[in-house]
Design a protein around this ligand. Structure first.
Ligand SMILES: *Cc1c(COP(=O)(O)O)cnc(C)c1O
Length: 456
């Protein structure tokens, strides 16, 4: 036992040294990465991850918002192996494959009505690029080329490629690229906790700002892109009820396409299959990725209406083809995993279970809401954020250099739960299969970690 611990520790040292030498991690300051003894994962099982040292942690953010049915889930493993026995990948350029076609049919069935065509890519950011390019060309193709501006929300996150960053609104990530980005118009996303008035007044103010922008520039605006119902990387900010429906109405009134970025919210995360379903909203374009393969393999999709598809349809000489594609688009292994993911949703009655877990989570959060430095706890389904503040009364934030959110996550990791902060908002997005007992243990760790750091 003793011996094994020693040898595992030295194995860890070895991997850490190679990590340092060869690997540049995303969204990571490499200088402080090594100081904090990063987790190097060896395996996963259900809602847990085990590192090369043999220590097991709860996966409190579903491996950055992806995992659905747990790690190492037999049904998903087997679906991939079955497909692997046939073929791993062939191209979708000018030809097709069976899993890609079957998945396209299923996606059309489960997404909001009107979205009838599926265009694949490999990541959420790419799905957003595709949606932006489709929306831009749509207006050109139908003879209204003046519409080429995009409207997006402050604090939005749509991925890290240059087009996706252009419609992004998180200064900390995006401001540095300013000179590289195409110009966009921005409007505020309703953030009731940070608004000096009621949530209704906050929603009204945002809608009025949007209406004015559309009134002023609607003729030039191709599309409005947003994260429906809950803004993820912007701090887990939940839209007031009715807001999204009203945005849809305004888009119709001003003839602006509605692009719903469901990369984070899609596949049950918020308690509906898609967040648009909360308010029966029918976007013109919808992007999906993260949960699409149950968190197993990189597959993304942009769904479009018939009207958009038809704007690109014609004789070759008309040059209406959508000249866009990625090498691994329609990958069979990924599509097989996605199909097995959807089968499990049905078999496990997962949407209903997520709703119940979401309610259990809300109750489990109750003690957190009483903590001295918890400003607000927000959640929709199993997508949650805990906003920490220096002063509960005045809602004064902590100085950024104190890195309170980061320190709370470090402490949570020591106590056995992995998650990441967004500034001083602690995100909590367990794998969707999470059980009641696991959920309550995870929230207890979060509770202790917040107290350890903020009440010493
Ligand atoms: C994660 C995310 C993306 C980017 O997806 P990637 O697969 O990481 O490129 C886009 N939009 C939203 C809303 C996201 O949460």
């Amino acid at each position: 036992m003793e011996k094994e611990t020693v040898s595992k520790a030295s194995v860890y040292e070895e991997w850490l040294e190679k990590n340092r030498r060869y690997l540049w991690n995303p969204f990571t300051q490499m200088k402080d990465y090594f100081v904090h003894e990063p987790v190097i994962v060896e395996r996963g099982d259900g809602v847990t991850l085990t590192d090369v040292k043999g220590r097991t942690y709860y996966d409190g953010n579903a491996s950055v918002w992806l995992n659905v049915h747990g790690h190492n889930r037999r049904e998903l493993n087997e679906a991939i192996i079955r497909q692997l026995d046939r073929i791993a990948h062939s191209t979708l350029l000018g030809m097709a494959n069976v899993p890609a076609i079957r998945l396209a049919e299923r996606l059309v069935e489960i997404t909001p009505p009107g979205l009838n065509k599926v265009f694949y890519s490999d990541s959420g950011a790419e799905a957003v690029e595709v949606a932006i390019k489709m929306a831009f060309l749509y207006w050109k193709r139908i003879g209204r080329p003046k519409k080429r501006m995009f409207l997006s929300m402050k604090s939005a996150y749509h991925g890290d490629t240059v087009g996706a960053v252009s419609v992004g609104g998180i200064d900390r990530f995006h401001a540095a690229y300013d000179a590289l980005l195409f110009p966009t118009e921005k409007v505020g996303y309703p953030y009731p906790y940070r608004y000096p008035g009621s949530p209704e007044a906050c929603a009204q103010a945002s809608l009025e700002e949007l209406r004015q922008k559309l009134e002023e520039k609607g003729e030039q605006i191709a599309g409005l892109i947003l994260e429906p119902m809950i803004q993820g990387a912007g701090g887990m900010v939940v839209m007031p009820p009715g807001f999204l429906k009203e945005v849809e109405r305004l888009c119709r009134e001003y003839e602006v396409l509605l692009l719903a970025d469901e990369v984070a919210t899609g596949f049950g995360r918020t308690g509906e299959m898609f967040a648009c379903d909360h308010e029966q909203v029918q976007p013109d374009l919808l992007t999906a990725a993260k949960g699409i393969t149950g968190g197993y393999l990189p597959v993304a999709a942009t769904l479009a209406t018939d009207a958009i598809y038809e704007a690109f349809y014609g004789d070759y000489e008309e040059m209406k083809t959508f000249f866009h594609g990625h090498s691994y688009t329609g990958n069979q292994l990924g599509c097989a995993a996605a199909l097995a993911n959807l089968d499990l949703f049905e078999r496990d009655g997962l949407i209903q279970r997520i709703r119940e877990s979401g309610e259990a989570l809300d109750r489990a959060f109750e003690p957190l809401r009483c903590l001295e430095h918890v400003g607000e706890v927000r959640s929709l389904g199993l997508m949650a954020g805990v906003e920490l503040v220096r002063n509960r009364e005045t809602r004064e934030a902590y100085p950024a250099e104190e890195r309170v959110g980061f320190r709370v996550c470090q402490r949570a990791k020591e106590r056995g739960l992995i998650t990441r902060p967004l500034g001083d908002v602690i995100t909590f997005l367990p794998p969707l299969c999470v059980g009641k007992q696991e959920l309550s243990e995870m929230v207890q760790i979060l509770h202790s970690a917040i107290r350890d750091v903020t009440e010493k």
